[in-house]
Design a protein around this ligand. Structure first.
Ligand code: PLP
Length: 403
């Protein structure tokens, strides 16, 4: 069969692939420890589940407006005001089928062929492919450990062309946890205001911040910047609701209207039941978030301290999100590395190490190359303390053989 060049140009989500591989091994009875999946391991809070049950029992099981029910739009407006000091009208917000769908829709209404979207690397695996699916060109701005995995105003200036339509800022970041301060965002904003570029702020990890750091996004800096911004968020990460598929965004009314049209001709409304559950998530007791963040904070210390004891690993303490992103360059300089490359050949060191860890240690991690950087691997620490301790000890044992 012939397929469109659109679909032939994109690759499956590497994080979902690693999870599927680990699950397939588990199904065969192999005891694999999974650090691949990017989702909280906690159950969805009971009050949110109860709201969904109430929605089912009261017959809220039919089509809703394509862009979401009025009650949820009001809850989103309330949330932006309460948590982010951002004022929006309900006509400036829309509900989508997950945050991934929000970004997908945004690309579809924004881009014509050849138009560019700036994506700082390491990036979330899906951004470049969603840009390409819309016919656009992802422009990757590379960062390193030295810059804290954050872009500088100089890099930004150098990357902007006449074709640039948007930039995506994901802070705290998946996969690095890097979090931009108010001053760093202001410095980027000085460059951005000189150009007509849409600022996309992917705030999905806003509540998963450690060490008492307060969240700030680029739309917070001025009314002018807010007008140029689209703020994207969702309930998946904050409320452990990945399976419910509710994301949302806020921005210019004319843009939101176009996304409403796209959604009305593609997916129609996000699930009615999930929408009612999300009203409860956003309006109900917010302490459920702090409880999860406390657990993540404890696990963050366990995993980072453990990873730094593995030969050749060098891991910073991430300031946000729930991923450890160790630099593994040192592993490639261990005496035994060459024999590993012979067994798992390929151009990418991070993939070679990932295969070795999966086969020998039965530990599933994601190669950094999936996020646009080959010097690292990503481990989600949204898993139990016991899994972390056991997984890290297995990795230490098999990497130790390379000394
Ligand atoms: C998880 C995630 C999302 C959205 O996930 P959904 O489940 O589709 O809402 C968006 N951006 C980043 C960076 C993520 O890691």
């Amino acid at each position: 069969m012939k397929f469109s060049s659109r679909i032939l140009n994109i690759k499956p989500s590497p994080t979902l692939e690693v999870t599927a591989l680990a699950n397939a091994m588990k199904a065969k009875g192999i005891d694999v420890i999974g650090f691949g999946s990017g989702e909280p391991d906690f159950d969805t809070p009971q009050s949110i589940k109860d709201a969904a049950v109430r929605a089912i029992e009261s017959g809220k099981t039919k089509y809703t407006p394509a862009g979401g029910i009025a009650e949820l739009k009001k809850a989103i407006v309330h949330k932006f005001k309460r948590d982010n000091a951002l004022e929006y009208a309900t006509s400036e917000v829309i509900v989508n089928n997950g945050g991934k769908h929000s970004f997908y829709n945004l690309m579809q209404v924004l881009l014509d062929p050849g138009e560019e979207v700036l994506i700082p690397a390491p990036y979330w695996v899906s951004y470049p492919d969603m840009v390409m699916l819309a016919g656009g060109t992802p422009i990757i701005i590379e960062t390193s450990r030295d810059s804290g995995y954050k872009i500088t105003p100089q890099q930004l200036q150098a990357a902007i062309t006449k074709q640039t339509r948007a930039i995506v800022i994901n802070s705290p970041s998946n996969p690095t946890g890097a979090t931009y301060s108010r001053d760093e965002l202001s410095a980027l904003a000085e460059v951005l205001v000189q150009h007509d570029i849409l600022l996309i702020s992917d705030d999905i990890y806003e509540s998963i911040l450690y060490d008492g750091n307060a969240f700030v996004n680029i739309a917070n800096l001025s009314e002018e910047l807010k007008k140029r911004s689209v703020v994207l968020n969702g309930v998946s990460k904050a409320y452990s609701m990945t399976g419910w598929r509710i994301g949302y965004m806020a921005g210019d009314e004319s843009l939101i209207k176009k996304i409403d049209i796209l959604q009305s001709q593609s997916t129609s409304n996000p699930t009615s039941i999930s929408q009612w559950a999300s009203v409860e998530a956003l309006m109900g007791d917010q302490r459920v978030i702090a409880e999860m963040v406390n657990a993540f904070d404890r696990r963050r210390r366990i995993i980072v301290n453990g990873l730094n004891e593995i030969p050749g690993f060098d891991c910073i303490m991430p300031p946000g999100a729930f991923y450890a992103f160790p630099d593994i360059d040192g592993v490639t300089r261990l005496p035994g590395w060459k024999s590993i490359v012979e067994r798992y050949p390929g151009p990418y060191a991070s993939s070679t190490l990932t295969s070795y860890l999966l086969e020998e240690a039965r530990v599933a991690v994601v190669p950094g190359i999936a996020f646009g950087i080959d010097r690292n691997i990503r481990l989600s620490f949204a898993t139990s303390d016991d899994n972390i301790i056991e997984g890290v000890s297995r990795m230490k044992e098999v990497v130790g053989r390379l000394i």
